[in-house]
Design a protein around this ligand. Structure first.
Ligand code: B12
Length: 326
């Protein structure tokens, strides 16, 4: 028990969360500082911190923020020590409507309205963190998405976070989009948060030679799986050169000529008539890479030139790229 009252910065440090997260919890859920010192900002008391700890524990276990806050506000009444058990079958994560009260200083959240409620992402039996991510995604809560992803990477690493937290949510959002042609804003914000978090995984020092080249196929905008691969390889000290989305065949050729990579991995999510021509062109390069691999559902395996690997999981891509980079 502490008897001093803390500023927002000190409380955030003690809890290990961002100050902006504390502000959001204050503004949206009323979990603010209660001690008033004349002429100063309000301060967090020991009881305020106890409530915030409940909020932190439950949200990181995947409980919806509004529900977690309801428990937290009831502190010191005993609260569950763990999140409710995972449901055995598919669960529907609703798009929660905006809070009835606009957030002070921010006004209404653009793009959300009465028709935002009642729509869902279907998830199979997944980790609580994946449910938490889906809920945060449907609420367009970027800060919480980043917190969930960062916590998971810290605790379990990039590969587990991608396979068990990010991937089920992305696939669920993709299915939702296909069925409704809606939630593009959710897809974009989740993508952005993933990019930010995966890019923040510390990279190996620049003295380590980069032998792995990653690129999305021509006209393909999907690169998150390659960003996950780059982050997973960085965790074990393997640097990568990432060309990003929609890489034209000539640009890929030039990059191979100029950097002489040991491994080239091309990602495609969306099929295209000339996909395998791009692979054939790399295979015919005067200095082809030791490992040339195509990854993602946009490729037709049957049309691959000889020697091209077909990658079907992050772990497989990680193992092959790591071996080729030695
Ligand atoms: C995020 C996303 C976007 C983002 C991409 C952002 C970014 N920075 O990458 C944005 C918003 C840009 C986008 C745009 C579009 N998208 Co999009 N998108 C997605 C979404 C939701 C996730 C993509 C992803 O990262 N997939 C990777 C994992 C999560 O999914 P997966 O490939 O199915 O995973 C399997 C394997 O690949 C493997 N695997 C998983 N991870 C890894 C990692 C590695 C390294 C390896 C080797 C294997 C592997 O395991 C899984 C199970 O087998 C998918 C849904 C989906 N299921 O993919 C749609 C999806 C790919 N998009 C789709 C569409 C239609 C589009 C658009 C055309 C929409 C539009 N009308 O504008 C555009 C542009 C397309 C283009 N020309 O490239 C469709 C494609 C359908 C098709 N077959 O043609 C999908 C499938 C959604 C859907 N169900 O309709 N999209």
């Amino acid at each position: 028990m502490i008897d001093e009252a803390l500023s927002a910065g000190a409380a955030a440090r003690r809890l290990g969360v961002a100050v902006t997260t504390l502000r959001t919890w204050h503004q949206r859920y009323g979990l603010g500082p209660s001690r008033h010192v004349p002429g100063q900002h309000r301060r967090y008391t020991a009881q305020d911190l106890d409530r915030l700890e409940v909020m932190l524990r439950l949200t990181s276990q995947g409980v919806a923020p509004a529900e977690a806050a309801a428990w937290a506000r009831r502190t010191p009444v005993p609260v569950p020590v763990s999140a409710p058990a995972s449901p055995p079958a598919a669960e529907l994560i609703p798009a929660e409507p905006i809070p009835a009260e606009p957030i002070p200083g921010q006004g209404p959240i653009p793009g959300q309205g009465p028709d935002g409620g009642g729509h869902t992402i279907a998830l199979g039996p997944v980790e609580p963190a994946a449910r938490g991510l889906a809920r945060a995604a449907m609420r367009l809560d970027a800060g919480l998405m980043r917190d969930i992803l960062n916590d998971s990477i810290q605790a379990n690493g990039v590969i587990v976070t991608w396979n068990e937290v990010a991937m089920p949510v992305l696939i669920g959002i993709g299915e939702r989009y296909e069925a409704t042609l809606r939630f593009v804003e959710v897809e974009h914000l989740v993508s952005r948060c993933l990019t930010e978090v995966l890019s923040a995984v510390p990279r190996p020092p620049s003295s380590v030679v980069t032998r792995v080249l990653l690129a999305a196929a021509d006209e393909d905008q999907h690169i998150l799986p390659l960003e996950a691969l780059a982050a997973a390889l960085a965790e074990v000290g393997v640097p990568t050169r990432m060309l990003g989305a929609r890489v034209p065949p000539q640009a890929l050729d030039n990059a191979i000529t100029r950097t002489g990579p040991a491994a080239v991995i091309l990602w495609s999510s969306v099929p295209h008539a000339s996909r395998s021509e791009q692979l054939a062109r790399v295979a015919a390069h005067p200095h082809p890479p030791l490992l040339l691999a195509a990854a993602g559902p946009g490729w037709r395996h049957s049309t691959f030139p000889a020697g091209v690997h077909h990658l079907t999981s992050l772990v497989q891509a990680f193992d092959l790229a790591r071996a080729a980079a030695r």
